[in-house]
Design a protein around this ligand. Structure first.
Ligand code: PMP
Length: 445
């Protein structure tokens, strides 16, 4: 009997034995093509010797020293590498151990900033529907992933949520030709409703991951969001936990639109799964406020700035830069989307294939013409994910929310080192998995 408290006690998990490149192997020797980097984590593939060596070397000097007592070389270097690559002005980095911690830190830093600016009434953070920012209570409260929130609802402080930019199911009934960015203006409405004097920040994923299958915003969306935030003295937090570090074909997704957030959350690709790590990047305006007023940011976690995590992060960024992997993510992402479109684009249950770089989402529908979703109990995304897993391909079935119901998507986000022929194989297996799932659903009548 296992003593592990599993995420899903009814599921049989194979034991992972080793990884190499884009593949994971279980104890029985079965090989899996990692088509999603786990949960959009493994950006450079498994067992990259340079990264493994860098972590070992750090272990040989010092494994841990608390950040209230010491800084350490790898965290200094990682902060510098990030500042060189981030949107201009995001010059400082606050290190933590994962995405939820990065978001919690950003929410509290925004609040602490306004307190220092003499505006202590500003505390509320506005988020969007169909969003996910983490499972800790603060992060869950600003997110709009209804099924992840459901049983914790009484524990989550209430605050407004605004419309997502979900062009495939536009909440304002618009089409690309008639779009005038009502979804962005919805933020203005919400700020006015609660009163700008109460709002400290707005948080959004640049391209929505876990709740909506790589939802990309319409042109001009984040520029409009930036204007609205500036007009009302509201900080803009970009949650780049999934999209950061090259995943969308730029070092950070906000760079696609030339928009500089005030705070930017990172995790996943930062150390690409080699060691848990997260970070909140901070605009120098905010950092200066703390510095000039000699104020301590009242927050912190034991493992922040952990030397092993930072050493892994440094090695990962160096590896990505040396091998031009961000560029590769952009180019191969385009190839992946083209191949998926050609192979599955006309499938009766494929509603839309979308995304940017090697961050691709596929939305499933019961009926393609009317875009009618499957009944939530069908769990089509899980049927596809399970069939693919059996066939040796790992996908990330996300099943977020559509119009308040559980949605149907898979994320496809392989390591950037994937080759064209491995992409062809991925697409071929995905196609077979889709057929199996379709037969299963048809068989149920
Ligand atoms: N923000 C986003 C955009 C995420 O996708 C996730 C994780 N899927 C998180 C935050 C939370 O990160 P973690 O699971 O590392 O706490």
């Amino acid at each position: 009997m296992s003593h592990v408290f599993y995420r899903n006690p009814y599921k049989k998990y194979p034991v992972v034995a080793r990884g190499k490149g884009v593949y994971l192997y279980d104890r029985q020797g079965k090989r899996y093509l990692d088509g999603c980097g786990g949960a959009v984590v493994s950006a450079i593939g498994h067992h990259v010797p340079e990264v493994v060596e860098a972590i070992k070397a750090q272990l040989d000097s010092v494994e841990f020293a608390h950040t209230s007592q010491f800084t350490n070389d790898p965290q200094e270097e990682l902060a510098e590498l990030l500042a060189e690559r981030a949107p201009g002005g995001l010059d400082f980095t606050y290190f933590v151990s994962g995405g939820s911690e990065a978001v919690e830190s950003a929410l509290k830093m925004a609040r602490a900033y306004w307190v220092q600016m003499g505006r202590p009434e500003k505390w509320m953070v506005i988020g969007r529907e169909q969003s996910y920012h983490g499972n800790t209570l603060g992060a869950l409260a600003v997110g709009g992933n209804l099924w992840r929130r459901a049983i914790y609802e009484p524990m989550l402080y209430p605050r407004p949520r605004v419309a997502p930019c979900y062009c495939y199911r536009c909440p304002f009934g618009r089409h690309p030709e008639s779009c005038s960015l009502e979804c962005a203006d919805d933020l203005e409405r919400a700020i006015q409703e609660v009163g700008p004097e109460k709002v400290s920040a707005f948080i959004a994923e640049p391209i929505v991951g876990a709740t909506a299958g790589a939802l990309t915003p319409p042109a001009g969306y984040f520029q409009r969001i930036r204007e609205i935030c500036d007009r009302h003295d509201v900080l803009f937090i970009a949650d780049e936990v999934m999209t950061g570090l090259g995943r969308t074909g730029a070092w950070f997704a906000m760079k696609h639109w030339g928009v500089v957030p005030d705070l930017m959350c990172l995790a996943k690709g930062l150390a690409a799964g080699y060691v848990p790590v997260g970070a909140t990047m901070v605009h120098h305006r905010i950092n200066d406020t703390f510095h000039n007023r000699r104020n301590v940011f009242q927050h912190g976690h034991t493992y922040m700035g952990h030397p092993l995590a930072a050493a892994a992060g440094v090695a990962v960024i160096r590896y990505m830069s040396e091998h031009k992997l961000v560029d590769r993510s952009r180019k191969l992402g385009k190839y992946l989307r083209e191949q998926l479109q050609a192979a599955c684009g006309d499938h009766p249950h494929v509603g839309e294939i979308r995304g940017r770089g090697l961050f691709v989402g596929m939305e499933f529908v019961k009926d393609r013409e009317s875009r009618t979703p499957f009944e939530p109990e069908t769990g089509f995304h899980n049927l596809v994910g399970d069939a693919a897993f059996e066939l040796g391909l790992i996908l990330y079935p996300t099943g977020g929310t559509i119009d308040g119901r559980r949605g149907d998507h898979v994320l496809i986000a392989p390591p950037f080192i994937i080759t064209r022929s491995q992409i062809d194989r991925l697409v071929e297996i995905l196609g077979r998995a889709l057929e199996r799932a379709t037969k299963q659903v048809a068989g149920r009548g």
